[in-house]
Design a protein around this ligand. Sequence first.
Ligand SMILES: Nc1ncnc2c1ncn2[C@@H]1O[C@H](COP(=O)(O)OP(=O)(O)OP(=O)(O)O)[C@@H](O)[C@H]1O
Length: 737
Amino acid sequence: MDQQTNHEPAIEAQNLFKQNFQLSAAEHLQQQNIDTQQHVLTGLQQMTLPNSQQSETSSSSAVSMVSTPNESPRLGSRISASHQRLPSLSSLAPNLGSYNSTSQVPQASLTPRQYRISDVDINQALKRHQSETNTLNQFRNPWFNQKSNPRLAPINTHLGCDDNYSPLLMQTPVKGAPQGLPTTYESSTFQDASQIIPPLRINAPLPQDTYNQNAQFGPGEFYRRQSVAANYFSNHEQVPKSALPMYAKGFETLGELQRPHSPAPRFHRIQSLSDLRPVTNAKPKYRRASSSTTFVSPLKALTTSISVTYSMCRPEFDYKSSKNPRRVLTKPSHPKSNNGNDNEDNDYILYVNDILGTEENRKYMVLDLLGQGTFGQVVKCQNLKTQEIVAVKVVKSTPVYLNQSLTEASILEHLNSKIDPHDKHHFLRLQDKFMHKNHLCLVFELLSSNLYDLIRQNQFNGLTIKLIRKFSVQLLDALAVLKDAKLIHCDLKPENISLVSLDRPDLKVIDFGSACHERQIFYTYIQSRFYRSPEVLLGLSYSSSVDMWSFGCIVAELFLGLPLFPGSSEYNQLYRIIQMMGMPPTWMIDMGKNSMNFMNKIELPNGKHTYQLKSMEQYSKENNVKETPGKEYFKQRYLEDIIMNYQLPKKNMTQQMIDKEMMNRKCLSHFLHGILNLNPLERWTPHEAILHPFITEQPFDGFWNPPSKTIGLPSGSGSTSSLDTVRRQRSKSFGNI
Ligand SMILES: Nc1ncnc2c1ncn2[C@@H]1O[C@H](COP(=O)(O)OP(=O)(O)OP(=O)(O)O)[C@@H](O)[C@H]1O
């Protein structure tokens, strides 16, 4: 017998399980002493297995889907049957935590029914098996589809995008697109692509390579199984008796477990009024009371109520969450300073369930880490008095970060109370601030994913133009309010723009840690590199127009899924900008403090002068660095060409749809050229940009100028529609490098 010779507990467990379901009815009736508890355990184990292991039991999956109205459709009859003998569960208690290895049982004498496999046996065997076959790492949730995913579905369905195609999943992956490209401040190491496990796309083929090729059900089967389960789950209370599954003659009286092969449920004609009445069990069958005498389902008894179940089985079992090991959230977690509270980076070492704050109304229990930045860590917390869930930024303990974060707090307080008291202009709300063990803690409203997370979830494919428009309107509104208040954010990037929740496309601007007033500019080195404006790179004084530059880069990134100017150094950043957008005006280079680091001055015969970007070799030699051109992510050189040639959002688009898409792209390109103007004095302001046809959705014929500006270009250039020509002229000198 296979099972007798096979010493692998996992396989043996599966065979045992399979065999028991394949026994004849008569045999089943004789086998009353089958330990059904093993089936519960095996069933639960199977549910957590990758498909490769599940396929072994697929023949019995029909059984599992047929359940009595009061049972979970997923666990189905295996669980129901087990509870006919629930008293035997108490015998499980002494075994909990013990390990009965196969070596402890004389192998020769084993038969599938004599061999008792403890839960630990199975777990360990599975772990071993998984690590051997290395399938666990590749495992992707087969139940995932975009519509049912609570994190993504709302964006798809409610973010107000075209119903025909999902905004998040609109593009097929860019060939050779980098996975996990960093967009953070001065980060030079790219993320490990293998760490990104993108969500499955609804219409994408299932990754067959991660599933057992011998499985008896194909990809469609997953969805069929899922929808059956889902429908059943929502309707099961009202299923008329006659609609319950029919069994082959002779098997009607058998228990659920003992039915050899349960056929799929069939529909039945309503024969009497009683068929229409809801069927409810006053005292549900197969359920057991918890210690509080309420009924719990078997599923709950073995999952959320597992500690109650254990204590019922074994009264001396006493679970206390305080005995749980504390999960550390901060890395590195080795204490270095501040009486052992801080690590080497001056970050407070945070643990789950830590309490931040000491005052009665200001106690926050740490739940999870939301993000980590230059200034400190942002953690999800619960206010112990109000139970409200909030985000708390725990700032590093050094005075530099403390002072800068106090500025962040005062700017946010000003914005929240004076500028935007009714919370209409998309700024993060600051609720409270306090000190905890030398760390400033800023309590914010809790937001959801940031835009970088969103792009990453979309496998670095662009979002739809409709969604980009919705985001742009809100950002321009926030930037217009900031400009009127003479405030500069100074660090606008996808990471610093967060969705309020995943069910609607509402945004908030966060992280005012670098923000300043236009009249109090302290720093010349601002903005994250990819989003850094030409005036800051060249070392000119700046104004709120630097935020508009970052905004332009963000909009382009939302469309392309990749940063427009992913510079690997300051030089490379300028190189990329000039290569795509042309040379900055001479006056900017004349005035920039850093200009001569990057440019060569060329005297012209007419007494005037011009500039040329230094070659990589010259710059490397002069600065003792090794500059490289960096990876090119787009085939085309110019922005307009990149946008117009970017992959279409969806396959099989009609010519009419393609024409519309191309018109929208022309409009987007025109919009971006006005915002990504190298000259900050000509760059469109938020008030101007918000009137552009890309935002207003008015018909766009290729020509548009902001009403407040006669023209957003050097005199004589005509209209903004000729931006491309001007840009090409400007970049002539760049071509020589
Ligand atoms: N209110 C919030 N709700 C949810 N998540 C948040 C909130 N505030 C911040 N985060 C998350 O924490 C991350 C870091 O926050 P923040 O940018 O404020 O920190 P920082 O130290 O100033 O970072 P940076 O390095 O960009 O300056 C954000 O990218 C965001 O994902």
